[in-house]
Design a protein around this ligand. Structure first.
Ligand code: IPE
Ligand code: IPE
Ligand code: MG
Length: 250
């Protein structure tokens, strides 16, 4: 039986987030430069996007570049930014054909001018697509996102647009970059690392985590399906007892 046939399409996660890790090690294991891994990582993005949209999942968020990644060697950062521009140009047709809306989260104004423009162009051209939302986390740091949210909420309080007592979880959600996205049901990290690396700290409060040893450039549709199958075996209790969950299910 194919892996995809083991998936219950009535129990899909609404939103899957992925920490795409292991490009450098993948390249180095073949005696190649790290950027060779990043180039091949683009294929894994394509595979994952196809697998997710084929299943009928609505939202996929990919961690492509962290605020901390600016500290990498300049040549590697430059290549990553160029790769972003070229991949966006190539994929635009696929986005339009498959009704995919491109979204981006992060401190986008820190991106190089060219990458920023290319990104905004594709976001603008796909803004009316509504079958699927692909979000790229670029120059993204969760702590920075939370700091900005606190600043923006504070401004509203100072300007009497908001009362302190009105600040609740919803208000905070609405001031994060992810305000328009559904809850993250599943978080995948490749390459065997088991850490969050400043990704979606608030948003993953109740996500299921899936870790795989597979290095990102090797990640294929079947790897994605495996993660979904594992996710569907989990019992999401949200603080309740297993018995309570089973009663609700019936
Ligand atoms: C993930 O792969 C891609 C980015 C962080 C941009 P890495 O480049 O982190 O690969 P490893 O972890 O060094 O193998
Ligand atoms: C996290 O991967 C960031 C991205 C996948 C874009 P890193 O490889 O940068 O994470 P650390 O530094 O090993 O935690
Ligand atoms: Mg890494």
């Amino acid at each position: 039986m194919d892996l995809i046939d083991q998936i219950d399409i009535n129990k899909l996660p609404n939103h899957v987030a992925v920490i795409m890790d292991g490009n450098g090690r993948w390249a180095q294991s073949q005696g190649k430069a790290r950027v060779f891994g990043h180039k091949n990582g683009v294929n894994a993005v394509r595979e994952t996007l196809k697998a997710a949209s084929k299943l009928g999942i609505k939202a996929l968020t990919l961690y492509a570049f962290s605020t901390e990644n600016w500290n990498r060697p300049k040549a590697e950062v430059d290549t990553l930014m160029k790769l972003l521009s070229s991949a966006l140009k190539k994929e635009l047709k696929t986005f339009q054909k498959n009704n995919i809306k491109l979204n981006a989260i992060g401190n986008l104004s820190t991106l190089p001018e060219k990458a920023f423009q290319d990104l905004n162009e594709v976001i603008e051209k796909t803004k009316n697509n509504d079958q699927f939302t692909l979000t790229l986390a670029l120059s993204y740091g969760s702590r920075e996102e939370i700091v900005k949210a606190v600043q923006n909420i504070s401004k509203k309080v100072v300007n009497n647009e908001l009362k302190i007592e009105e600040i609740d979880e919803n208000i905070i959600n609405n001031h994060l970059y992810t305000f328009s996205l559904p809850e993250v049901d599943l978080l995948i990290r490749t390459s065997g690392e088991k850490r969050i690396s400043n990704f979606l700290l608030w948003q993953i409060a109740y996500s299921e985590f899936y870790f795989t040893e597979t290095l990102w450039p090797d990640f294929k549709k079947d790897d994605f399906y495996r993660a979904i199958i594992e996710y569907q075996k989990r019992e999401r209790r949200f603080g309740k007892t297993s018995e309570q969950i089973k009663t609700i299910d019936r």
